[in-house]
Ligand binder design. Structure first.
Ligand code: DC
Length: 222
């Protein structure tokens, strides 16, 4: 089965997707990590985030790989180089929306994502999985939460890694990224017409995983 988990930053997509993948014994594909990897390499190579053709070429030539990592968090590779931590930097986060808005970058990433989906069962998270990458997905979930709550979660995540950021600044950053992701021309962030919308503001992780698992089981066994 193909499970599409879309939604804005900080809605809990990666945590929920990882736990679902673990529960059903399926692979998990973090498509945001792929756009982050393109962004990291572009920054390192001095390619400007508005240089669509150069970014497209970089994305087409890039082989992104995943391997199981500690705590179920996948390790991410650009060729043979591990980029798991480097793609989570503030600099990558600040530029990834602009890089991922280019049609040529998306074409290259979507082709890789569809090839992975074609291999069998998978839980994929992103912004356009249910609308563009796998419109025929068996289950489509659109996870969301209030801006304040999403910023709070991201802030705690960063604090856990030793970085300090105020709630206000995090809210501004998240709102800016959501605006950019939702208003771009190619594959904007939006819920598919047939997605189940789950607002996680007041839900803990276990409750969300149980709820989505029930939807998956119903579809699988129904
Ligand atoms: O999920 P994330 O925060 O790691 O995603 C990083 C960025 O990548 C996000 O701001 C938008 C982009 N993205 C996308 O455009 N399409 C996807 N399927 C996944 C992520």
């Amino acid at each position: 089965m193909i499970i599409a988990i879309d939604g804005p930053a900080g809605a809990g997509k990666s945590t929920i997707s990882r736990l679902l993948a673990d529960r059903f014994g399926w692979p998990y594909l973090d498509t945001g990590a792929m756009y982050r990897t393109v962004t990291l390499l572009a920054l390192e190579q001095g390619i400007h985030p508005d240089a669509g053709p150069e970014l497209g070429q970089l994305a087409r030539n890039l082989e992104i790989g995943f391997q199981p990592g500690p705590g179920g968090v996948p390790r991410v590779f650009a060729g043979c180089r591990e980029v798991t931590d480097a793609i989570r930097s503030q600099e990558v986060s600040a530029n990834v929306s602009e890089v991922s808005a280019h049609a040529r970058v998306r074409e290259a990433m979507v082709a890789q994502q569809r090839a992975i989906a074609a291999a069998g069962d998978v839980v994929m998270d992103g912004r356009d999985i249910g609308t563009v990458v796998c419109p025929g997905a068996d289950v489509k979930i659109f996870l969301t939460a209030s801006n304040g709550e999403r910023a709070r979660r991201r802030r705690l995540e960063l604090e856990g890694k030793g970085a300090q950021i105020s709630q206000e600044q995090m809210e501004r950053e998240i709102a800016a990224r959501d605006d950019y992701d939702s208003s771009r021309e190619v594959a904007p962030l939006k819920a598919a017409a047939d997605a189940v919308i789950v607002d996680t503001t007041e839900m803990n992780i276990d409750k969300v995983v149980d709820m989505v698992s029930a939807i998956i089981r119903e579809k699988r066994d129904g």
